[in-house]
Ligand binder design. Sequence first.
Ligand SMILES: Nc1nc2c(ncn2[C@@H]2O[C@H](COP(=O)(O)OP(=O)(O)OP(=O)(O)O)[C@@H](O)[C@H]2O)c(=O)[nH]1
Ligand SMILES: [Mg+2]
Length: 335
Amino acid sequence: MQAAGDARGARATVPARSRAAPTEKPESGSPSSLKTVRELSVLATGEAFPLVKKIRSEAIDHELRAIRSLLETMSQGKRPRDRAGLMLQAAGIEGPLAAALAKGALRAARSNPDRLREVLRQKLAARLEVLPSPADQPGPRIVACVGPTGAGKTTTIAKLAARASLEYGRSVSVITLDTYRVGAVEQMRRFVELIGIPLDIARDRSQFAQALAQRRSDLVLVDTAGVSASDSADVKKLAHCLEAAGERPTDVLLVVPAGIRALDVGRLKELYRHPRPTGLCVTKLDETSQAGGAVHAALDESLPIAYLCNGPKVPEDIHDASIQALVDAVLPSLT
Ligand SMILES: Nc1nc2c(ncn2[C@@H]2O[C@H](COP(=O)(O)OP(=O)(O)OP(=O)(O)O)[C@@H](O)[C@H]2O)c(=O)[nH]1
Ligand SMILES: [Mg+2]
């Protein structure tokens, strides 16, 4: 795996879709692939043209910026330490991480307190790391999504599968280990049928090993059942299954919604000691104005960030992670 630090500089600025494709895009503009993308959008969101959501979130963004700016003006009289604390608290960054960020920023902003927010943004950016898109690495690869119930694991697998298969023409297959939840297999089956890729259903380690041995696809995406804090036995079973991947390059992405609380991130950390995640996928950035939980998931767990998702649409609402985009979501600039 490429060192995350190497890639950070290259990805420190936004546009999310600026990755090098391992293969040429063959037919991404063809009528049939456009039709498929449209059908995937309907399947994932219930609407063919989810513009309403976009317009609404822009209006909310605008309002939020105005409120943040007002709060900032009102806190001008406060001591810089308190202002830094308020800014981080409003972003959902808490505890020792908030204290460490504030401490570093106060020193740097001493000569110019008006720069406090900007310095906090820089301090945050300096701690975050990016994992170059695992699903786009050349050669055979397994990418599994794990995480709490309803975080967006299945949708993320569908987004990655559609992107790799329809946009880049790679050979992709999906194995689902989620055979518990009612309707889970059916949900995945509808996505793979639209994309036109095979699906294997594995109930245990031997079925998982068999599916891996049979499929020759470059990219094998593995969907897993959601777990809650009390499900450590299920996580152990999952780890046992994934071990069947042996020496094949495998990434385990911890999928978390951006609005997760710092405390709940701590619980996840306990839960996912094994399989140990190799990267983070932050979902539902469109659903929260307090995305600090995503930063806690990355920093408290020392995880590089692979993807940012800002909506349910398949495949367009997934983006290769960029530090700038995450910092903008968590601690937006007011200028
Ligand atoms: N707004 C928004 N919704 C999302 C996003 N990602 C997924 N969703 C929605 O969140 C809901 C749950 O998504 P799933 O992909 O089924 O979540 P999961 O983690 O597989 O859930 P379980 O398998 O039950 O643990 C669905 O309604 C998705 O459409 C996102 O980035 N933004
Ligand atoms: Mg699921």
